[in-house]
Structure formats: structure tokens, C-alpha cells
Design a protein around this ligand. Structure first.
Ligand code: EPZ
Length: 414
């Protein structure tokens, strides 16, 4: 089992390139199920979750070539089942449900099951698919969905689920008639997916707002498209500059989609500005404590909550962190406390009392973003931090230790 060893205290300096967004690439790759011909997608990140979705799509009969530029052809789908052994490792596999029903008339997708950060049900996905006319059965831990042809209708999502919005938007592209999807998530990854689907011949308007209109068409053709940069990775590196008092330049992305995180980081005293070809993030010696409350986009992203909490452990006062999206996304707290952080949790609220310095310690990753939080803490801590179960981090960050060591961090994988 790999470990990451960090010797803390180095100020990060230099330039880092942000990879393509995991949470944009996953639905974009799945959207190829709706098409015939060879799709070409650029800026695909090299991540474990991308390897997983490629395996799943190949198990359905898609042909896939390449890496960062990926070519994918779904002419000959031979299977409509997403098996438990694939889905259990990545719940975003649920994204194949809508496209398979729309393209093949049926799908059998394992219920994703919970994960470390919460139960993560998919009831909103299935209810919306039923509204489009699919007959849904839950049996032996699988969702079975059948529909000779989905029919457009008006659907109100009980909550602005990100992959739920993506799932139904994709399914509705091939439905008969118009679908009005209300109370949709507004994440940039949804806008990226809508652009790709329109490139395939879909008729979609309103992505990025709380109402999306999809006028169904009979078929979709292949497209060449590019995945947006990963705003969560960009935010993680900005916080890395903040927590080490460093000065870095982030390239490959711009500030759009980052308003909530940039505003918060500026409130801590950081200087974040646009420079030629990228973003400059400069940390201050004194870190002002700020409160965080996670919200659906454009609010503060839940995927940066753990990383921001690590930063606040060395703030100059009290920071209240409120997690409103997932019911169990504070597993990094006990690990941060092993490093000397002073945090008390009550329900979905954590009160972080800043301490002058963290101390390195052996800690364990529990989920993807918690791993990033512990790496950030290790960068700032005095002494050595040993992070185990690093397979979590590889799901969502491309070569993070290489990128950090190129910024001057003393970090290695063993
Ligand atoms: C997406 O997950 C992201 N994953 C998550 O990123 C991200 O944290 C999350 O959106 C919130 O922004 C991908 O895009 C692949 P939700 P998703 O459906 O779609 C509840 C990361 O670290 N809910 O918006 O699964 C659910 O339990 C990952 O990159 C239902 O109750 O999130 C959660 O509490 C982690 N019923 C809340 O809604 C449903 O049918 C938000 O979930 C669906 C969701």
C-alpha cells in the first residue's frame, strides 16, 4: 500500500498546471453512449476514476483509444448492465443509467451504495427517469429501467443533484418531445456537458441555471470537444499557497467558476490575482480565520470544505465550518486533530480554533477530499507527516505529489 511522506514547513513557489476536471470528464465520457461514430475528447485527466469509467464503458461495448486526448465509439453497445464490482468503486457510474435507457431502451445498473461521505441515494435520479416514462424496478441491489421511447415532460427535481441533473439531461436528449427540468444543479460541469451534447446535435438551453429545456431528437452524432479545467484542483492549490505562506502561479484555468473560493481566500488575507496566462496566489504569514458554509453552486463547494478546514486550523481565531451537502463529510477532523488541530464538531458544524503550528503525524486518508486536506496540513506542519491509504487521492488528483514537489514541497510517495 503506497504512502505519501511530507516534511512540512516549505513555502510553495513556482508554477503548476491544472488538469482537466474529473467531474466534467466523467459525464462527458458517458455521453458518448448516446452517439454513433468516433468522439474525440481533449484535456481528459489521468485519474483512477477515469480509468474506472473507461472500464465500465468498454464493458458495455464502447471502443476507447488514447489518454489525455481520448477517442470513444459507441456504435456497437452489446450490454446494458453496469455491474456491482465496477459501480461499487465509483458511484458516478450511475451516470450510465439515463443514457443506456435512452439509447438501448433498457439498463441494469447496480445501486451505487453509500460511500465514506454519506448514504448518497439516487432516488431523485430514478424518480425523474420514471417521469420520462421509464419503468423502474429495484431488485437484488440493481436498478432495472426499461422504456421503448422516453417521453419529454416537465420534471421538478426534489434537490439540485449534480449527477442527477446530468443523468436526466442526457436521457432527455433522445426522448420524444420537450423536457423541462426544474430545480437543476448549476455546476460548471453541467454547462460543459450541455455544450458537448449540443455539439452532438442535442437541443438544450438553460444549463447553468435552475431550469434546463431539452427538445428531444431522434439521434446524436459524434463530436470533438474539450473538458474544462478542474476548479477543485485549482482551489486546492490556492489553499496550498495560503497554508504554506507561498507564492504560486496556477496555469490552465481562469478565475471564472472560482468566485466563492477566491472571495473566501481573499478574506483570509491572501492575494489572488490574474497574471499573464494564469492566476497568482500569495499566502500571508498571518491567516485570518473565516467561516465556511458549503452550498450548491455558485456557493462554496463541498469538495473544498476539507481543504479549507485544514487551512483554518492555522487561522488567527475561530472558524465555523458548516457542511450542508453531505451528512458525513468531517472524517478529516479526527486526523487533523492528531496533527494538533483544535476542532470541535456538533452535527454538521465544526468549530475550528486556530493554533500557531500543526505537528506532523501518521494519518489515514478516508475519502478523496479528506486526503487532500491532510496533504495540505502536512505541507504546513512542523516535522514529518505520513499519509496512508493514498489510493483515495489518486481518484481525483493527477500526480499530486509530483505537482507539489515541483513547487518546492518536500513530498514523496513510497
Ligand atoms: C457530485 O456528486 C460530485 N461528483 C461530487 O464530487 C460533489 O461533492 C457533489 O456533486 C456535490 O457538489 C461528480 O460530479 C462525479 P449530488 P453527486 O447528487 O452528484 C443527496 C468529488 O469529491 N442526493 O449533488 O453524487 C446526496 O446524498 C465528489 O469529486 C439524494 O438524496 O452529488 C447529497 O447529500 C464527491 N438523492 C446531496 O444530495 C439523490 O437522488 C448532493 O448530492 C441524489 C443526491
Amino acid at each position: 500500500m503506497d504512502k505519501i511522506i511530507i516534511c512540512g514547513g516549505k513555502k510553495l513557489e513556482g508554477e503548476v498546471f491544472i488538469s482537466g476536471s474529473k467531474n466534467a470528464a466523467l459525464p462527458v465520457l458517458v455521453s458518448s453512449l448516446l452517439t454513433t461514430g468516433w468522439n474525440t475528447f481533449h484535456n481528459i485527466p489521468d485519474l483512477v476514476d477515469i480509468k474506472t469509467i473507461k472500464r465500465l464503458l468498454e464493458s458495455l461495448g464502447a471502443e476507447i483509444e488514447g489518454g489525455e486526448t481520448l477517442r470513444i465509439n459507441a456504435d456497437k453497445l452489446r450490454n446494458c448492465e453496469a455491474s456491482y464490482d465496477l459501480v461499487k468503486t465509483m458511484r458516478a457510474s450511475i451516470l450510465v443509467l439515463g443514457p443506456l435507457v435512452a439509447r438501448m431502451g433498457m439498463a441494469r445498473v447496480s445501486l451505487p451504495g453509500g460511500c465514506a461521505i454519506g448514504a448518497r441515494p439516487v432516488n431523485v435520479h430514478t424518480k425523474a427517469l420514471e417521469a420520462l416514462g421509464a419503468r423502474i424496478k429495484l431488485e437484488d441491489g440493481y436498478i432495472e429501467a426499461k422504456a421503448s421511447r422516453l417521453k419529454g415532460t416537465t420534471i421538478y427535481l426534489d434537490l439540485p443533484t449534480v449527477t442527477g441533473t446530468e443523468n436526466i439531461m442526457m436521457a432527455a436528449c433522445l426522448a420524444k418531445g420537450t423536457t423541462l427540468l426544474k430545480n437543476t444543479a448549476k455546476e460548471p460541469e453541467i454547462m460543459n456537458l450541455a455544450d458537448v451534447l449540443c455539439g452532438m446535435g442535442a437541443k438544450i438551453s438553460g444549463a447553468g441555471t435552475d431550469t434546463i429545456r431539452i427538445d428531444g431528437v431522434d439521434s446524436l452524432h459524434a463530436v470533438e470537444a474539450t473538458v474544462i479545467p478542474d476548479r477543485i484542483e485549482a482551489g486546492t492549490f490556492m489553499i496550498a499557497a495560503g497554508i504554506t505562506g507561498g507564492d504560486i502561479k496556477i496555469t490552465g484555468c481562469d478565475l471564472c467558476y472560482l468566485d466563492a473560493i477566491v472571495t473566501k481566500l481573499r478574506n483570509t488575507g491572501m492575494d489572488i490575482s490574474i497574471v499573464d496566462g494564469g492566476i497568482r496566489a500569495v499566502g500571508e504569514e498571518k491567516v485570518k480565520s473565516v467561516d465556511i458554509k458549503t452550498l450548491p453552486y455558485p456557493g462554496f463547494p463541498t469538495d473544498l470544505q476539507a481543504q479549507m478546514m485544514a487551512f483554518m486550523t492555522v487561522g488567527n481565531g475561530l472558524s465555523v465550518v458548516t457542511e450542508t451537502i453531505f451528512e458525513n463529510r468531517f472524517m478529516h477532523v479526527s486526523e487533523l486533530m492528531r496533527m494538533g488541530a483544535d476542532i470541535s464538531v456538533a452535527g454538521n458544524r465544526a468549530v475550528v480554533k486556530g493554533v500557531p503550528r500543526l505537528r506532523g503525524a501518521p494519518v489515514m486518508a478516508t475519502d478523496l477530499r479528506a486526503s487532500a486536506s491532510l496533504i495540505l496540513a502536512g505541507l504546513a506542519a512542523e516535522g514529518v507527516t505520513e499519509l496512508s491509504r493514498v489510493y483515495h487521492i489518486d481518484r481525483g488528483y493527477q500526480k499530486i505529489e509530483e505537482k507539489l514537489s515541483s513547487l518546492g514541497a518536500d513530498i514523496k510517495r513510497v
